[in-house]
Design a protein around this ligand. Structure first.
Ligand code: SF4
Length: 212
């Protein structure tokens, strides 16, 4: 694939909300809330680099990943090498284990699966599952790399490519996702957007033709 690789971290933003991806990667907005700050600390810890081995499982930290076939690149928090040498990606998230399947609640699964696609290409193996460690729940969640999840990864990649090409800001999700989104203020998801015909919200009274 000759195009620029899609950053793996961007897939989570896009799967959570395409507008969020556009604000971060197209409009260059970034705002930290308590959730993103905690997440960043945990990623920095996981990205400390190095490796260790316990019970025959080798743990690699901050492993660079790339898929030339699918067009992804990034860095894995952790990759575990099982005793037979096959890799499993492990991603650290500050959140709790999601209890519902509402939109955006499994956005990180898309990023994890994209990591697996990279590892499959790099190691020449098939990877059936990976894990997300939810720090707030102190638990690992197994994520199966089903055909549906793999298809969702490629859909997100294609959506991102289209967004980077058109550079059109998608409409806001304006739903449950917004209350946890650090970009709420920049995004203004609930601001009125439908104005009466002829009304220009950016004009002042002096140059508005209606007041001429
Ligand atoms: S505030 Fe809502 S609509 Fe805006 S980027 Fe975040 S999730 Fe998307």
């Amino acid at each position: 694939m000759s195009e620029e690789p899609i950053p793996l971290s961007g897939l989570t933003h896009y799967a959570y909300c395409p507008r969020r991806f556009a604000l971060v990667h197209v409009e260059q907005e970034w705002s930290e809330n308590a959730l993103t700050a905690r997440g960043k600390q945990q990623h920095e810890r996981a990205h400390g680099g190095g490796s260790e081995e316990r019970d025959g499982v080798k743990t690699l930290r901050a492993l660079p990943l790339v898929s030339r076939q699918h067009g992804f690149a990034g860095v894995a928090d952790v990759v575990e090498l099982l005793p037979d040498g096959s890799p499993r990606p492990v991603e650290y998230k500050s959140s709790r284990i999601p209890k519902t399947n509402k939109p955006g609640h499994h956005a990180e699964d898309v990023q994890l699966c994209a990591q697996a696609l990279c590892l499959e290409e790099m190691f020449g193996v098939s990877i059936p599952e990976g894990f997300i460690y939810h720090v707030a729940s102190r638990k690992r969640r197994e994520v199966k790399f089903t055909p549906e999840l793999r298809a969702a990864v490629l859909r997100a990649r294609d959506g991102i490519r289209e967004l980077l090409r058109t550079r059109v800001l998608p409409p806001p999700a304006a739903d449950d996702r917004c209350q946890f989104c650090s970009l709420f203020d920049a995004c203004e998801p609930f601001a009125p957007r439908d104005f009466p015909p002829g009304y220009d919200p950016f004009s002042t009274g002096m140059d508005d033709p209606r007041f001429a």
